[in-house]
Design a protein around this ligand. Structure first.
Ligand SMILES: [Zn+2]
Length: 509
């Protein structure tokens, strides 16, 4: 009796020490991998940069070491794609002429900016003079019988519109979607360009807007033609005040209309506008990294559970490295570690793919390319995405999107968590009308658009987000370890289900 209790005790101690040992081993991998990924030498891993190339090589070498096979182009770990990188020449100018022929000149960046991707390869707008016409909010809604363009001919003219909308039904559209919505309407009516009159409070962020909109724009090369649109122009507050000074309404008055959500009358401006700008774009190569752990059931092997995270970050700006240790070095090393652990177990019946996306920071371009260019996309049964998982409370984790397409996936994830690391899931960002829109802001989204059940794990690190201070010393590796174990558990459960995950809901776009 005593002997058997003793042997149980020994077994328990042995088990505890093995799992403690494997945790220590995982922590070692997570730390040393992240110290490399988020090092000075990798220069912030900006898509198309040298740092990105080194990072992708490192990831591929690690995968090989763990026994994960290549699943990219031509039996390599890499899936290459081309991006168009566009920018506006800093010497671009806009000028206004009034009836007396007097000229006012504005300079790019200081006085005006272009929103969206400046892909006008033929530069056809440049050097021409246009009439300007004011068209309310620039919105048409059949549903609400509302039309800012009623009785207006805007063909060949630059349309001036107010920011926002007086229509409640469009209020949740989000900033970028609203901009595209308005410029598409103007474009379809034959307008030559659009000037946006923003409310005064937005000028509190002018410095930030300047930084982003004067930089480069990125698009997948095969989508450049779709990105072409009419120029969408923002003026600085001074320039806008100047532009509207002698017109029917001045800036102050239009600002009041926006604040009250009221609609001013349309009018043709007295001045004409001349756009003189040059846009340039070049083609550059970036690459996703893809590895496979083949399933051990030949009937299920051709279906794939996918685990991913983006490995790119923002590179070097003004000589400063943006390390992106949490965003998304943490997710990158967690995908690697999940791969290592699952490769040791080899218990998966379906195959498991490991995705390391490039160019997430350029608009989710790597995952967009991947989801649209692999021939096995219809055999992907789930996509698990980690983007920032090593900061904030150790047991707190945002769980986004898991119930949008599949109730079964939602429950499976909950159960996997309850039986393993017991993290406190926070579903607050999962509300369909959440203004932060995180559901659409990371790589899983392109899989959700294909009807594939997704889950996005995220820590919502605020303090160092998108700053050079997002460094390794601030990472909580216990948290990264817990999320890794959770993902390992979920991936294996989905890989070994007797049926394909059930999709019982519509895609919420
Ligand atoms: Zn990220």
């Amino acid at each position: 009796m005593i002997n058997s209790i003793k042997s149980i005790f020994i077994l328990v101690v042995a088990f505890i020490s093995i799992s403690a040992q494997s945790k220590e081993e995982s922590l070692l991998y997570l730390k040393s991998n992240l110290e490399f990924i988020a090092s000075d030498e990798l220069e912030g891993r900006e898509a198309t940069s040298h740092g990105e190339q080194i990072a992708s090589l490192f990831i591929a070498k690690e995968l090989k070491k763990y026994g994960i096979k290549p699943f990219g182009d031509d039996d390599t770990y890499f899936q290459n794609f081309n991006m168009a990188v566009g920018s506006v020449s800093p010497s671009s100018v806009i000028s206004l002429t009034d009836n007396s022929g007097e000229l006012t000149g504005f300079e790019f960046k200081d006085d005006f900016l272009f929103a969206g991707a400046p892909f006008y390869p033929d530069n056809s707008f440049s050097g021409k003079e246009y009439e300007m016409i004011f068209a309310g909010y620039g919105v048409i809604s059949e549903k609400e019988d509302y039309n800012d363009y009623a009785n207006l001919d805007v063909t060949g003219k630059v349309v001036v519109v107010l920011n926002g909308t007086p229509l409640e039904s469009l209020d949740n559209m989000g900033y970028r979607a609203m901009r595209n919505f308005k410029s598409n309407i103007a474009d379809s009516l034959g307008a030559a360009g659009m000037i946006i009159v923003t409310e005064e409070k937005l000028y509190g962020y002018w410095g930030m807007i300047q930084k982003y909109m004067s930089g480069k724009s990125y698009a997948l090369e095969n989508e450049v033609n779709e990105k072409k649109s009419i120029p969408f122009i923002y003026f600085s507050k001074d320039a806008l005040t100047n532009l509207l000074e002698k017109e029917k309404y001045n800036y102050e008055e239009l600002n009041e209309f926006i604040n009250k959500k009221e609609k001013p009358e349309s009018f043709t401006l007295n001045q004409k506008i001349k756009l003189e700008f040059e846009t340039v774009y070049e083609i550059k190569n970036a690459r996703n990294v893809i590895g496979v752990l083949e399933g051990n059931n030949e009937n299920l092997r051709d279906e794939f559970v996918t685990v991913g995270g983006h490995y790119d970050h923002e590179g070097i700006r003004n000589g400063v490295v943006y390390y992106g240790a949490d965003d998304n070095g943490s997710g990158t090393v967690a995908v690697l570690e999940t791969a290592r652990l699952l490769a040791e177990r080899k218990e998966n019946q379906r195959s498991i793919l490991f995705f390391f996306y490039a160019a997430e920071e350029k608009g989710l371009l790597g995952s967009k390319y991947l989801a649209n260019h692999v021939d096995y996309i219809n055999d992907v049964v789930a996509n698990i995405n980690m983007d920032m998982i090593g900061r904030e409370g150790e047991n707190h984790l945002h769980n986004i999107g898991s119930g949008r397409l599949s109730t079964e996936f939602y429950n499976l994830i909950k159960e996997a968590n309850d039986k393993s690391v017991k993290l406190d899931f926070d579903y607050k960002y999962d509300a369909p009308n959440d203004p932060n829109n995180f559901y659409r802001r990371s790589d899983h989204y392109h899989f959700a658009l294909k009807g594939i059940p997704v889950v996005f794990f995220f820590d919502d690190m605020k303090e160092d987000y998108s700053k050079p201070t997002d460094t390794v010393d601030k990472i909580n590796f216990n948290k990264v370890y817990k999320v890794t174990k959770l993902v390992e558990e979920i991936a294996l459960k989905v890989a070994n289900l007797g049926h394909r995950l059930k999709v019982d809901k519509l895609v919420v776009k």
